[in-house]
Design a protein around this ligand. Structure first.
Ligand code: ADP
Ligand code: ADP
Length: 229
């Protein structure tokens, strides 16, 4: 088991009001799974992903990731978990505009203090071997997202968390991105969780988890069922 959430609840406090973003979530994901998390806007998908990514903590519940009892760890230890085990992909690319593709990826491989700078190899893996020296604004949206994937792979993470990774892309680029994620799952055994509201993306994953009002409405559903919920 790579992810195990037990009775996870997240409550945000804004002024005097409380928002229950996650309501008693139970979720288990095995190593090597490719799952999508679907649900309408505001249902808690991003909150769920940031809690799994150790970017935020729940109000209550229990979380085990990679065998670690996450809520017992210090912030420093959590940062290590993120660095060593998790790759993040967001809808926004967060690339440095004044650095080329290679430098954007190198930055993270250098941050990670890896002996071999494998940034070039990672960019070749995502099909950008011929665009190493292009700045982000010289790349299409799909190509920029592939730079982001290369960057997410820099630490050789066991788990890849993608929040609407195709949200800003046209259909062709979206498919390219999903094909790369599927390949990383199949060939390298990466565990991948993709938050999406796009049924064409969700239907390409093995397992669809539907979330609504902070609750898991169904797990392992088909895309047609998910759309009817
Ligand atoms: P989704 O990703 O499905 O759109 P979110 O996880 O972003 O849903 O949000 C779930 C609920 O929590 C929403 O009602 C949202 O307004 C609220 N929320 C999310 N982040 C915060 C925050 N940092 N502070 C307060 N409320 C938040
Ligand atoms: P720390 O605070 O200890 O430096 P971070 O929260 O900054 O840890 O980093 C956590 C994870 O996010 C690491 O895997 C790191 O490689 C990645 N990361 C950090 N900065 C960026 C960035 N600008 N773009 C993409 N990934 C990043």
């Amino acid at each position: 088991m790579i992810i195990k959430l037990e009775n996870v609840t997240k409550i945000y406090k804004i002024g005097d009001s409380y928002i229950k973003a996650l309501d008693n979530i139970n979720l288990e994901v095995e190593e090597g799974e490719l799952i999508s998390i679907m649900g309408p806007s505001g249902s808690g998908k991003s909150t769920l992903l940031s809690i799994i990514g150790c970017l935020d903590k729940p109000t209550s519940g229990k979380i085990n990731l990679f065998g670690f009892d996450i809520l017992k760890l210090s912030d420093k230890e959590l940062s290590k978990i993120r660095k060593n085990y998790i790759g993040f992909i967001f809808q926004q690319f967060y690339l440095f505009n004044y650095l080329n593709a290679l430098e954007n990826v190198e930055l993270i491989t250098k941050i990670a203090n890896k002996k071999n700078n494998k940034a070039k190899e990672l960019l070749e893996k995502v099909g950008l071997g011929n665009r190493l020296y292009n700045l982000p604004n010289q790349l299409s949206g799909g190509q920029q997202q592939r730079v982001v994937i290369a960057r997410a792979l820099a630490n050789d993470p066991k788990l890849i968390l993608a929040d609407e990774p195709t949200g800003n892309l046209d259909e062709k680029s979206a498919n390219d991105v999903i094909d790369i994620l599927k390949k990383l799952n199949k060939e390298e055994g990466k565990t991948i969780a993709i938050v999406t509201h796009d049924p064409r993306i969700a239907e390409q994953t093995e397992r669809i988890v539907v979330i609504r009002n902070g609750k898991i409405l169904s797990d392992n559903t088909t895309v047609d069922e998910a759309l009817e919920l």
